[in-house]
Structures are given as structure tokens and as C-alpha cells.
Design a protein around this ligand. Sequence first.
Ligand SMILES: C[S@@+](CC[C@H](N)C(=O)[O-])C[C@H]1O[C@@H](n2cnc3c(N)ncnc32)[C@H](O)[C@@H]1O
Length: 237
Amino acid sequence: MIDQGQLFDIGNFKNKTYRAIRHDVTRERQSNYCNTVHHPDQKINQIKNVLNNYNNLKILELFAGKGNLTSVYANYGSVVANELKDKVYKDLLKKIKNIKQVECNKVDSFLYFHKLISQKKHFNIIDLDPYGFPNRFFPDIFLLIKDGFIFITMPKPYVNILNGITQTHLSSYYGNPNPSMETIIDRIAHWGLCHWRRIELVDYIDCKSIWRFAFSVKKVKATDYTGVNNRKKEANK
Ligand SMILES: C[S@@+](CC[C@H](N)C(=O)[O-])C[C@H]1O[C@@H](n2cnc3c(N)ncnc32)[C@H](O)[C@@H]1O
């Protein structure tokens, strides 16, 4: 058992705890775009299982990276694929150059999704696959989807180093500095209801330090969902 407080000197990492070194290694792997942090095979299998026989879908991929998932999504319909990092974006363009139904944007998705909302765009599939927490998309991301599925990558809070900033961030979104998977799923379902979307978890996979959730999303009528009748109609009876 490793002592969490013990300091190590390993390679370029000097005088750091085991957790801090593990954190730095993950960041390095992310910047080198290693598949060990992206888990493309597991994500692709999940997409294929959930989307199965669907076609003609409108898909929004907000963190497309080099297009591991983009080329798979293109089998199910048209794809809007966003990527911010210049070098990665160029690789994305190369990967999809022979696929007609993909539109790529080099944008900051945390800002760009507000633009899509203001344009009243709608999609059947939304994929949120950032490196960190996707919390800043909630609840308004649900305005972009009335009927379909949302795939969400969620870092497991308890395997990450929770400094004061992360704890405050998680408390403000989940009411808990170290929320469990159940709390996170429950919160996402409630965020759906902020915009009258019924959210149901249809699948999740466990990939080391992240979960990948697949939720079905369906717009519901507030009156039907709550069983509360329109007061005017009641009065006219
Ligand atoms: C986890 S990776 C995506 C991996 C990809 N979905 C795959 O399976 O291969 C996250 C990607 O988001 C990009 N990114 C980071 N910040 C971004 C932002 N604000 N808007 C759009 N893309 C961003 C990163 O450059 C990185 O390629």
C-alpha cells in the first residue's frame, strides 16, 4: 500500500506524492494524445451498442479530438465536430477528409454551444468528451436536444486530486465536494428536467479514471410529466 503523503523522486518528477505524479503523467498523456487516456475502443463499442440501428441522426460532437469517434458517428448521420487545439484539429481534418457528412469547427465548445442555442439548433446525439469535468454545459446543453441520446465523459471525482478549487466546483454543481456516481447521475437527470427533458441512463462504462455515460433524452410536456392540469382548462370544466 502506497503512503499517500510520501514524497517520491521518479524520472522528471521530483519531490512529489504518488497521486501528484500520477496526475502529471495523465496530463502528459493527454497532451500527447495517448489512447490510454481516451479509451477509444470502449467508447466506440458503447456508441455502436446504443445507436445500433439508428440512421439519419444529427450529431454534435463537442470535443472531437483527432476524430476517433467522428468517423464512427458519421455512419449514423451528419456530424458537427468541434476541436479547439490547432494541431489536433489538423489531424481531425485529415481523418475525415473523405467523409462528406462531417462539418468541422475549430472553436471553444464551452462558448460555442451558447451560439448554437441562440440559433435554436437541435441535434439527436450530443457527445461531451472533454478532458476535465463537463459540468459547465449543464443544464442548458439540453436545449440542443429534444429526442435522442447524450454521451458524457465524467472524470471519477474520487480518483482525482481534489484541491480546493475542484472541491468548490463540485460542491457548487453537485452539493458535494466528492460526489458519487449515483449523485452525479441523479443531478444530470434533474438538470434535464430544468428544460423539461426526461433523462434516463441507458448505459455506462467504467474506463479507469472516467465514466462514460449514455443517457436517453426526451422532451416532455410539463403538464403530462407532472400530472398537473392546466388551470384555465380546469376552471372551464
Ligand atoms: C478527451 S479528448 C477527445 C477525444 C476524442 N473524443 C476521442 O475519443 O478521440 C478532448 C479533446 O478536446 C479538445 N479540447 C480541449 N478544450 C476544448 C474546448 N474548449 N473546445 C473544444 N475542444 C477542446 C482537446 O484538444 C482534446 O482533443
